[in-house]
Write a protein that binds this ligand. Structure first.
Ligand code: NAP
Length: 481
């Protein structure tokens, strides 16, 4: 496939679109949200059929998708996200006069976005990556996920219609279909300025490597999932055994376990291991097998379980009832902390409703686990106030291993807001400094530029003296509106 014409028109669109005002970008984004809502009678059944996800779940996902689009619309309309900083000149300064320097964030350029299989709407064509790139002022070249091609085309049409209605060049959004070679070519194209990806570790790492081997390396923001450990401390678990078992099982089996925040690892004190296993088993027995996204994912799930079933260190609390071509039967195995610490394989994500329960004897073992953990999107620490107060060292260690540390509830259900961090140390993502969910996701697609002694009439609105946008700015070291 010749990608040159696509990138050429995306680049032309960029030179116009990056300078479009926040208000106009907000209008465009809101038109996308309205378009998705107007097409829901088509989108919901199509996405449901292509993904095997129930219509109720897709309806909720559509709500989340339009909600996040409106969050970005509000963000760019308000405008302060550009982090404007102004240091005024001081011609009298000795020994040398001080120049006038003004800095803000400007759009990066055309961004390649890879859609995710497990969220046909919220992390796909008009999902968080596409919308945060458009909000930043970057055209998007979108690689459709082959698991939901028709949904992707429909959403692509909605975005194109919104661009036309907002009087923007249609090439602010480009829909591309194809396999791995096309994906590689997109990431390697000289006019691509960044890549956003949600999916497997293998896919994300391959794109990261390809982008770094380019003549001009570019950033790759790959969200590759993790096992999202839950750590249960003695008192809290002992006093809330049944409710915690319920919460854990509902998080583990939600959407057949096909979430990047699915809890695939749970640390339990030996004192309560038997009782908690029984409580969890009771809950698991009530969960029906649920269809996975496609046969390939179901096959990968059962293959991963088969490899684990060979391991003598594991004691199975619940074995997947049968190997199904498409449905996931939940499964849970137990392992001693000492054995878990011996082999990194036990940290690998099994995409689906499987978790490993690690039984620890004492705090030193738990601390050793915390030190050994790979980077995670989330870690959840269940402890009552008194026991948490004594675990400051553990908390300090866990902060080094995740992007979001929870003290209540379960990791699934990622709130889309201003403070959300969905991105943790490698290998959960390729760049832990950024989030792929929430308002700050926009920062991935912008870079700082400073103007020194620029004639005032040439300055962008965000940096003009009279602050025509009314945004928050750092003026000579003081935050002002
Ligand atoms: P995937 O295989 O990583 O694919 C995601 C996208 O990246 C697809 O468009 C795929 O293209 C493309 N791609 C994959 N490898 C590539 C490469 N080497 N070079 C260029 N492009 C590449 O993810 P998936 O299909 O969604 O699911 C497979 C596995 O990913 C699951 O079993 C699960 O383990 C994991 N997963 C993780 C998350 C998460 O939240 N982190 C979400 C979903 C899935 P083609 O499909 O066209 O080849």
């Amino acid at each position: 496939m010749n990608l040159d014409p696509i990138f050429k028109s995306a680049q032309e669109a960029f030179l116009h679109y990056k300078n479009v005002s926040g208000k106009e970008k907000a209008t465009f984004l809101r038109k996308i949200a309205e378009g998705l809502e107007a097409e829901k009678h088509l989108l919901i059944p199509t996405a449901s059929e292509e993904s095997n996800l129930p219509e109720g779940r897709i309806t909720g996902e559509l709500g989340r998708t339009v909600g996040q689009i409106r969050l970005f619309a509000d963000l760019v309309e308000e405008g302060s996200w550009v982090e404007a900083v102004i240091d005024h000149a001081d011609p009298e300064r000795v020994p040398a006069p001080k120049p006038d320097i003004r800095r803000f964030l400007t759009a990066l350029g055309p961004v390649v976005v890879f859609g995710a299989s497990n969220f046909p709407l919220a992390f796909s064509t008009a999902g968080g990556d596409t919308i945060s790139a458009l909000a930043a002022g970057c055209p998007v070249i979108y690689k459709a996920h082959p698991a939901h091609p028709e949904t992707s085309r429909l959403v692509g049409q909605v975005i194109h219609k919104a661009a036309i209605d907002a009087a923007l060049p249609i090439s602010v959004f480009n829909h591309v279909e194809g396999g791995i070679e096309v994906g590689q070519a997109l990431a390697k194209h000289p006019q691509a300025k960044a890549v956003a990806f949600t999916g497997s570790f293998v896919g994300g790492k391959a794109l990261f490597d390809a982008a770094n081997q380019r003549k001009e390396p570019i950033p790759v923001f790959a969200e590759m999932g993790s096992v999202n450990p839950i750590i249960a401390l003695k008192e809290r678990l002992g006093n809330n055994m049944e409710s915690l078992a319920k919460q854990f099982v509902s998080s583990l089996t939600l959407g057949a376990g096909q979430f990047c925040t699915n809890p695939g690892l749970i640390m339990v004190p030996a004192l309560h291991a038997e009782d908690f296993s029984d409580a969890v088993k009771k809950e698991l027995e009530q969960i029906a097998a649920a269809p996975m996204l496609h046969e390939g994912i179901a096959e990968a799930y059962y293959n991963a379980l088969a490899i684990l079933q060979e391991r003598k260190e594991l004691d199975w609390v619940q074995v997947a009832a049968a190997k199904d071509l498409i449905k996931a039967y939940p499964a849970l195995a137990r392992i001693k902390a000492a054995d878990w610490l011996e082999d990194e394989h036990f940290q690998q994500e099994v995409f689906g409703s499987f978790a490993l329960m690690v039984v620890y004897e004492h705090f030193n073992e738990l601390y050793a686990i915390a030190q050994r953990l790979h980077g995670q999107l989330t870690i959840t620490l269940w402890g009552d106030e008194k026991e948490l107060a004594k675990k400051v060292d553990l908390i300090n260690q866990l902060e080094e291993k995740c992007g979001r540390l929870l003290f209540k509830g379960v990791p699934t259900g990622v709130e889309v807001g201003h403070a959300m961090q969905h991105g943790g140390p490698y290998p959960s993502t390729t760049d832990s400094r950024f989030t792929s969910v929430g308002a700050y996701a926009i920062k991935r697609f912008a870079r700082p530029i400073a103007f020194q002694d620029m004639p005032h009439e040439l300055l962008p609105d965000a940096l003009r003296e009279e602050n025509p946008l009314g945004i928050w700015r750092m003026m000579d070291g003081e935050l002002k509106r």
